[in-house]
Design a protein around this ligand. Structure first.
Ligand SMILES: [Zn+2]
Length: 283
């Protein structure tokens, strides 16, 4: 045995996820578009008392977002950038948002996208270590940041500093998509065979410009209906990777036990394995 690689459900080597902010009214049209193409999106929402443009109604969010398998995540009660406020203010903004969304949508919500300048700028005697520390205490599993567009397609190493692949208006977006879609992970060096993630983010109101919605549709079309891509929300990817990381191995790496509730897939020296919940396999 030389190397093993995570594979997403059904052995797929690639995953795609989307993250759209602010719950603006254009999210209705965007949710319908991504649903039509079979993509999964995480919608990051604010508190009710933060009047942010003409937002979606609770009913629209239930019907167009949650009923179609998309995710709702925290985006700050008053949309306040964690890097610019004292930790206690950040705690209140995240916790109040989480409590309201959980109550309104009757579910456990652990995802987040940093609002405003997030963790890209600092003042008020705070730091990334302090922000991450209180997010962990508030049971926020992951938080998306911005400002590092790239075509590495890597899974995050720090889930509280989850850097997306690209904003939809990145001038290289179609180039990145074509590279991702055509990648062959079955051969080559280690970096080629590692699992690949494409993470697209933005605000749906940005499509209200000349050719904006055509641009959105072209992105969806190029990424949709690929047999080797798992279409998932942010939290689905987080949960699956956590489950993969919970696999238990013997010292010689000839047995693997899956203590999780997921069926886990992995590729070892070019051979695909799947391990059901509670199962131990011999390699
Ligand atoms: Zn925002």
């Amino acid at each position: 045995m030389r190397y093993s690689f995570l594979r997403f459900p059904d052995g797929k080597p690639k995953a795609l996820t989307l993250s759209y902010d602010d719950g603006c009214k254009q999210d209705a049209k965007f949710a319908q578009l991504v649903t039509k193409y079979g993509l999964k999106c995480t919608f990051n929402l604010n508190g009710d008392r933060f009047k942010n443009r003409d937002g979606l109604t609770t009913e629209e969010i239930k019907e167009l977002i949650l009923a179609n398998g998309h995710e709702v995540a925290v985006h700050g009660y008053y949309h306040r950038g964690e890097g610019y406020i004292r930790p206690i203010e950040g705690i209140v903004d995240v916790l109040e948002c989480r409590k309201e969304l959980e109550k309104k949508y009757d579910r456990i919500i652990r995802g987040m996208a940093y609002p405003d300048c997030g963790i890209t700028a600092w003042a008020s005697n705070t730091s990334y270590e302090r922000v991450k520390s209180y997010l962990v205490d508030l049971d926020i599993a992951y938080s998306r940041t911005l400002g590092g567009d790239n075509d590495y397609f890597a899974l995050p190493t720090d889930w509280h500093k989850w850097v997306p692949t690209a904003h939809h208006n990145n001038p290289k977006i179609m180039e990145y998509i074509d590279k991702f879609v055509s990648m062959d992970t079955s051969r080559g060096y280690i970096s080629t065979r590692s699992p690949k993630l494409f993470y697209l983010w933005g605000h749906s109101y940005e499509f209200d410009c000349d050719g904006g919605w055509e641009h959105a549709e072209e992105i969806c079309k190029r990424l949709s209906h690929k047999d080797d891509i798992w279409y998932a929300t942010n939290i689905e990817i987080y949960d699956y990777v956590q489950a993969y990381n919970s696999l238990v191995y013997n010292a010689e790496f000839t047995k693997i036990y899956n203590p999780t509730l997921f069926t886990i897939w992995l590729e070892i020296d070019g051979k695909m394995y799947s391990i059901k919940s509670g199962e131990t396999i011999n390699i």
